[in-house]
Design a binder for this molecule. Structure first.
Ligand code: ADP
Ligand code: MG
Length: 577
C-alpha cells in the first residue's frame, strides 16, 4: 500500500513525517534538514525556489519572495513575486509539492496521499483552501487535522498507557493554539481548544523590528514600503537576536542602512533578556486569554493539569515558559523538539487512517473548535429585529456530531426560508464568520410560526453538512458548505495545476548550492569592505561553475567558498542559529 505521509504546513516552517518501524520520523528535505521554511522565491532567471534557499533570497531580494502566506489562506489576497502573482493556495501548494518530492525521494516510493494539519481556529474556507493546495500538489488529502490535536497525538503515542490531563500550548510563527486533552487507556480525548489566529513568533520579531526602527525615527509599515531592503535585513537580524536571547543574556544588533547593508560603522543596539521581556510583554499577556478560555470550556482548574506541553518554535523563548509558570503554576514539559511535534503527530494520524499495527490500540477523539449556528430574527415588544446568532453545535463538542434544532417561519404565508450559516461566538451574526447558506423553498401557505428543522453534521475533517426539512414533507434541502464556499470545480483545478506545472523549478540536486549562493550574497552586504571583493570573486567563480553545470567545478568552487567564509569568521549552518 502506498504510504500516507503526515504534513505540518506551517506559517514559518513545514515538515513531513511518516512511521518507520512503528515510530514517527521526520523526512529530510533536499538540503538535508527536516524543517522546510514556508518561503517561496522566484530567481532572476524565473526559477521557483522553495525552502531554505528562498529564505536566504528573501533577505537580499524580498520582492522576489513570499512568506507567511498561510495567514491569508482562504482569502482572495494575492501575492506578487518577481512580477508574477500567486494565490496563498498556489504558494502553499508549491511548499506541499516540495515536501511531497522530498518524501518520494526519501522513501523511494510514489507518495500520493497525505494528512495535513491546520490551526484549530482555521475556518471552513481555510480548511478547504488547504485541501485544495494539497490536491494541486498532486496529493489526495485523506484528513485535515487540527495542529494541537496532532501535537497531542505525538505525546499520547509515546505515553499511551498513562492516565492524565494535558494542556498543549502551541505558539508557532503566526498562530497560537491551546488544547486541553485527556489520555486514558490508549484513548486521546480532546476536551477543549481555543486560540488566536494572529499571534505568533513573527509578531515577537516584528515588535523588535518596530522598536529598532522607531529608534531611528521610522515606522515599520511605511519603512516596509519605502525601504524594503532595510526592513528585510533588520528582520533577519532581529530573528537571529530573538533566537539568541533564548540562550544568551544579551545580544548586540547591528542596524542596516536604507539599502540593507551592514556597514562597518553602522550603529548597534544592545538588548538584554529583561528589556526584551518588557518589550514583548503586551504579546505575552495575550497568551492568557485563550488559555483561560480552554480551561473554562473544559471546566478545569490549573491544579487538574498533569503536564503542560510546549509546542511551536516560539515556545523556546523563556518568556513563554515564564508565562506558564506564573499563570498555571506548572513547570512546562518539552520532551520533543517543539517545532517537530505537530509533524510527527500528523504521521501518527496518517498511521491511524492506514490502520497501521503500531497504532492499533490508539483511539483519538477531537472536538469542533468553534460554535456553528444560523441567523435568526428576534421579536422585542412586537418589533422584529434580524441578525441574531443561534448555535446548533456548540464549540468543543466531540466530533463527529450531528444535531438538529427546530425553527419557525416569521411571516404569514412565508414560502421560503434562507438558512444562513455562521461560525463564531458572538450573539450577533455580523461579528461572526459567514460560511454559507441554504434555501428552503416550497413551504405551504399558512400562518406564521410554521415549524421546520435544521440539522448540522460536522465530520472529523471539520466539514459541515447542513440539512433542512419540513416535518410534513419528505423533501430535504441539503448542502455541504465547504464545497460551495469558493471551492474550485474540476476545470479550475486543472487550470491551477497547469499553471504550477508550467513554472520552472530549481533542480532539486542543486538546492544546496543555490542556498549557499544566496547566503553568500547576503554576506556581501555584511562583511567589511576590505573583504568584500575577495568574497565577491569567490561567489563569481561559484556562480560560473554552477552555470557550467560541471559537477567537479561546482564542488571545487563550493569548497573554496566555504573556506573563504570560514577565514572571514562565518560558519555556513543555514537557518539554525
Ligand atoms: P509554524 O508552525 O507557524 O510554522 P514553528 O513552530 O516552526 O512555526 O515556529 C516558528 C517560530 O518559532 C518563528 O517565529 C521562529 O522565530 C520561532 N523560533 C524558532 N526557534 C526559536 C528560538 N530558539 N527562540 C525563539 N524563537 C524561535
Ligand atoms: Mg506549527
Amino acid at each position: 500500500m502506498p504510504p500516507i505521509i503526515g504534513i505540518d504546513l506551517g506559517t514559518t516552517n513545514s515538515l513531513c513525517a511518516h512511521l518507520v518501524e512503528g515510530v514517527p520520523r521526520l523526512i529530510p528535505n533536499a538540503v538535508g534538514e527536516v524543517l522546510t521554511p514556508s518561503v517561496v522565491g522566484v530567481t532572476e532567471s524565473g526559477q521557483v525556489l522553495v525552502g531554505a534557499a528562498a529564505k536566504e533570497l528573501r533577505v537580499t531580494q524580498p520582492d522576489r519572495c513570499a512568506s507567511c502566506f498561510k495567514r491569508f489562506m482562504g482569502s482572495n489576497e494575492t501575492l506578487a513575486i518577481g512580477g508574477q502573482s500567486f494565490t496563498p493556495i498556489e504558494l502553499s501548494s508549491l511548499v506541499l509539492q516540495s515536501l511531497r518530492d522530498d518524501a518520494r525521494h526519501h522513501l523511494r516510493e510514489m507518495v500520493t496521499e497525505a494528512v495535513i494539519t491546520v490551526p484549530a481556529y482555521f475556518n471552513d474556507n481555510q480548511r478547504q483552501a488547504t485541501k485544495l493546495a494539497g490536491e494541486m500538489a498532486g496529493l489526495l488529502v485523506r484528513r485535515i487535522v487540527n495542529e494541537p490535536t496532532a501535537a497531542a497525538l505525538t505525546y499520547g503515542f509515546h505515553d499511551r498507557n498513562s492516565e492524565k490531563r494535558l494542556l498543549v500550548i502551541d505558539l508557532g510563527g503566526g498562530t497560537f493554539d491551546v488544547t486541553l486533552m485527556d489520555v486514558f487507556e490508549g484513548t486521546l480525548e480532546i476536551v477543549s481548544t481555543a486560540g488566536e489566529s494572529f499571534l505568533g513568533g513573527e509578531d515577537f520579531t516584528d515588535r523588535l523590528v518596530a522598536t529598532l526602527l522607531q529608534k531611528q525615527g521610522l515606522q515599520l509599515e511605511s519603512a516596509e514600503l519605502r525601504e524594503p531592503l532595510r526592513v528585510a535585513r533588520l528582520r533577519q537580524q532581529c530573528e537571529t537576536a530573538k533566537r539568541q536571547l533564548t540562550t544568551k543574556e544579551s545580544v548586540v544588533i547591528t542596524l542596516p542602512d536604507d539599502v540593507g547593508h551592514l556597514l562597518p560603522d553602522a550603529p548597534t543596539v544592545r538588548i538584554d533578556r529583561t528589556s526584551y521581556a518588557k518589550l514583548v510583554s503586551p504579546l505575552v499577556e495575550r497568551l492568557s486569554q485563550p488559555v483561560a478560555k480552554a480551561l473554562r470550556d473544559g471546566q478545569c482548574n490549573p491544579a487538574d493539569i498533569a503536564d503542560v506541553i510546549l509546542v511551536g518554535g516560539a515556545t523556546r523563548m523563556p518568556v513563554v515558559a515564564d508565562f506558564v509558570r506564573e499563570f498555571l503554576d506548572k513547570e512546562p514539559l518539552c520532551k520533543f523538539n517543539p517545532d517537530e511535534v505537530v509533524g510527527l503527530g500528523a504521521a501518527v494520524q496518517a498511521a491511524l487512517i492506514a490502520d497501521d499495527q503500531a497504532v492499533e490500540d490508539l483511539v483519538m477523539t477531537d472536538v469542533c473548535p468553534f460554535t456553528l449556528g444560523i441567523e435568526v430574527v428576534k421579536e422585542f415588544l412586537g418589533e422584529i429585529k434580524p441578525g441574531y446568532f443561534v448555535p446548533i453545535i456548540h464549540r468543543n463538542t466531540t466530533i463527529p456530531v450531528s444535531k438538529e434544532e427546530p425553527f419557525q417561519t416569521v411571516a404569514p404565508n412565508q414560502r421560503e426560508v434562507n438558512v444562513v450559516v455562521y461560525q463564531g461566538e458572538h450573539r450577533r451574526v455580523e461579528k461572526n464568520f459567514k460560511i454559507g447558506e441554504l434555501k428552503v423553498t416550497g413551504i405551504p401557505p399558512g400562518p406564521a410560526g410554521k415549524q421546520f428543522f435544521v440539522r448540522f453534521t460536522y465530520d472529523i475533517n471539520g466539514i459541515l453538512e447542513v440539512e433542512a426539512y419540513l416535518p410534513e414533507s419528505p423533501k430535504k434541502f441539503r448542502t455541504v458548505l465547504t464545497q460551495h464556499a469558493k471551492s474550485f470545480d474540476k476545470q479550475e483545478l486543472e487550470d491551477a495545476v497547469r499553471k504550477l506545472q508550467s513554472l520552472k523549478y530549481y533542480p532539486r540536486e542543486d538546492l544546496v548550492n543555490q542556498r549557499l549562493l544566496r547566503y553568500c550574497e547576503r554576506l556581501v552586504g555584511e562583511v567589511s569592505p576590505f573583504h568584500r571583493s575577495e568574497l565577491e570573486a569567490a561567489i563569481d567563480t561559484f556562480e560560473a561553475a554552477m552555470s557550467s553545470g560541471e559537477r567537479e567545478a561546482v564542488e571545487f568552487a563550493h569548497n573554496g567558498l566555504l573556506q573563504i567564509l570560514s577565514t572571514l569568521g562565518y560558519e555556513f549552518r543555514g537557518d539554525r542559529e
